[in-house]
Design a protein around this ligand. Sequence first.
Ligand code: ADP
Ligand code: ADP
Ligand code: MG
Length: 457
Amino acid sequence: MMIAKLLVANRGEIAVRIIRAAQDLGIATVAVHSEADRDSLHVQLADEAVNIGPPAAKKSYLSVPAILKAASDTGADAVHPGYGFLAENADFADAVVAAGLTWVGPSGDAIRLMGDKVSARIAADKAGVPVVPGSMGRVASIDEARGILKETGFPVMIKAAAGGGGRGIRIANDLAEFETAFPQAAAEALAAFGDGGLYMEKVIGQARHIEVQVLGDGTRAIHCFERECSLQRRRQKVWEEAPSMALSPELRTGLCASAVRLAEAVNYSGAGTIEYLYDDAADRFYFIEMNTRIQVEHPVTEMITGIDLVAAMLRIAGGEKLWIDQDEVQIRGHAIEVRLNAEDPAKGFAPFPGTITDLRLPGGPGVRFDSMLYAGYTVPPFYDSLLAKLIIHADTREAAITRLTRALSETKIEGCKTTKPLFLALAADQSVRSGAFHTRWLEGWLDANSDRLSPDA
Ligand code: ADP
Ligand code: ADP
Ligand code: MG
């Protein structure tokens, strides 16, 4: 059942990443692209490319019929969805399988169970994994919410069951705010995700975001340790690292074991991430969600464990049983990833599409650059602003931060504003260097340090 020809149903750096993994395994590749992405790197690197429609993602990267037709026209026998777009769409997973193709990811049913944030919470609770205090199901009305508010208190989070990418979350500080926010959140969730379902969680103040990478073969699961993703802007990760500097060895063991328990409880197959909030003051962790796909920040785990997670996804989808024992997965050194987005940090991170007039890539020991960039490439305005991920590996966290600064200084991306100045400033910051931050820390830092974010600062 080994995959012979893989269609990559995505674009940008992750499409490039998946094409590389496939080629390393001797698998032929098919890129799909919108009319705006004709000249993109994933199209150039794949063995074949198919135009699947106009620039608007709804008409191309989100068009199930167009993607299935591209697979059938090219004779592809498998589909990798990447992240975003259709990656957590259970109906797409089912449609791929119904078309006689191999789906590189967990089954449609596993996505339905764990991709819905409400049913995932219930599954986590059942598997004995602590969840954030809140509703154990969807909350249909303000009346129903009142009972739950007695347990959570304020501030409380209203979250969309179908939310993702930092979207679909609101905080209410008192009952009046809650009563205004609740119907607004429902309407927004319906418009954004096609599902107005909401649930509630107590706000864990001063928490860290720590997530565990898992790999499963449907029967057995292993973890590949954790990633620390507390440096966030608008609930979106900007800088991720592995391992977390906040975990004691005992806590790491408990956290990772809980992730394996949950993955095995749902017969998880493929790569997945179980996300937690860790309250250092109370020394407690809480499940928040599972991402049933490859994540943006997967390379930091690859750097510290030496496991190629995308290749592992392809092998598992091809029918192999897990070939790695838990005790073979070891942490070596420390890795940091920063997300270089086409955004102007000096102007409130406004999107900044443009043409790359000059490009100088970083290199040397411990430096990895996962990107869709080449000199002359024009960044289209229609999609995610992620251009490149700079991933650093070194023996220690301190050495990784020094190397990050060196590699950022080598990196030259002309023609487009990027988030590089943010990372140079963060790498020099005392709190970042000592690891003393939580998920709200960066927003406060940005308010206080906006003057340090111009490219000439
Ligand atoms: P990760 O969880 O992999 O670190 P993100 O949470 O930023 O990364 O999500 C990865 C990508 O998927 C981003 O481009 C994000 O916008 C997109 N995404 C994730 N979930 C959804 C969703 N439910 N709806 C729309 N976009 C989503
Ligand atoms: P998404 O699906 O958009 O990734 P998550 O549920 O993973 O949404 O939450 C995104 C981020 O929002 C978390 O990384 C964290 O910073 C913050 N967050 C989520 N839930 C809570 C909570 N209950 N208390 C405090 N912060 C939270
Ligand atoms: Mg999340």
